[in-house]
Design a binder for this molecule. Structure first.
Ligand SMILES: CCCCC/C=C\C/C=C\C/C=C\C/C=C\CCCC(=O)SCCNC(=O)CCNC(=O)[C@H](O)C(C)(C)COP(=O)(O)OP(=O)(O)OC[C@H]1O[C@@H](n2cnc3c(N)ncnc32)[C@H](O)[C@@H]1OP(=O)(O)O
Length: 219
């Protein structure tokens, strides 16, 4: 296995594969603000003890809001384009369920370049609950998968997860800041090996490794 410091290939341009692309700066700030408000709404609905009258009124308001914005609809597979500081482009699925900028069903995960890979800080609310007071293991795996795939992508090698291995070392708390880190550890032909961790207060709560298989841009 070899470790490459530099991307082994140019990131493929999704437009060449018939995918639609939205530059990040074209996403209205009102939409990202609405996404945050809907996340708060989901948390409120999940935990509310409001009475029937308030619930009925809230339901009517939500139905009216849904009606108001449902007239137009973006393509399901649209990608968001971000421009790196060096001017090259990076792509992510706009409505990705783990980190899609316009998807309120995703947690507020914002992975950023750090050191030799990616890093994020995230606090998960009760919407992501598994055992009482703790984050659901499936969501921990999903967040790791996204960070690992993102690390490969950020290194110029976007692809699909072929294998994901997660070890849960200690319970991951809700309502507490978590650190997510991931990096490429090696490559072999189209195979990209990645590893990453979730930490709370510096202690690893979960760690994962994955095999990503790079998109075959040769067609
Ligand atoms: C088409 C271009 C599109 C352009 C896109 C442009 C930019 C990218 C934009 C955005 C990026 C988007 C997302 C990335 C970020 C996060 C994603 C989140 C992660 C996911 O949510 S992703 C969904 C879940 N994921 C799947 O749904 C995969 C289903 N699956 C398959 O689609 C195929 O299975 C595939 C593609 C994996 C491989 O298929 P394939 O035909 O392309 O390649 P092949 O089989 O030849 O394997 C090549 C080498 O990998 C070895 N290999 C393969 N599989 C292995 C395994 N399981 N264990 C050990 N080794 C394995 C072989 O042994 C060979 O190794 P060797 O080189 O040594 O011979």
């Amino acid at each position: 296995m070899t470790v490459h410091d530099q991307p082994v290939a140019e990131t493929p341009d999704p437009r060449e594969f018939g995918l639609s692309v939205l530059p990040e700066h074209e996403i209205p700030s009102e939409l990202t603000a609405l996404v945050a408000d809907v996340r708060a709404l989901v948390d409120a609905v999940a935990h509310t003890e409001a009475g029937p009258e308030d619930l009925a009124e809230a339901r009517a308001s939500v139905a009216a809001a849904t009606e108001r914005i449902s007239g137009t609809r973006r393509e399901t597979g649209a990608l968001m384009e971000q421009t790196r500081p060096d001017g090259t482009a990076e792509y992510g699925t706009l409505t990705n369920v783990v980190s899609g900028v316009t998807n309120p069903a995703s947690p507020p995960l914002q992975l950023e370049r750090s050191g030799d890979g990616l890093r994020a800080e995230i606090t998960l609310n009760g919407v992501y609950q598994g055992p009482p007071g703790l984050v659901h293991g499936g969501w921990i795996a999903a967040i790791l998968d996204q960070a690992l795939g993102g690390a490969a992508s950020a290194a110029g090698m976007p692809g699909m997860t072929a294998n994901l291995d997660v070890n849960y070392r200690s319970p991951t708390p809700l309502h507490a800041p978590l650190e997510v880190t991931a990096r490429v550890t090696g490559t072999e032909r189209r195979k990209v090996f990645v590893s990453g961790e979730v930490r709370h207060n510096g202690t690893v709560t979960a760690e994962g490794t994955a095999l990503m298989v790079r998109f075959d841009a040769s067609g």
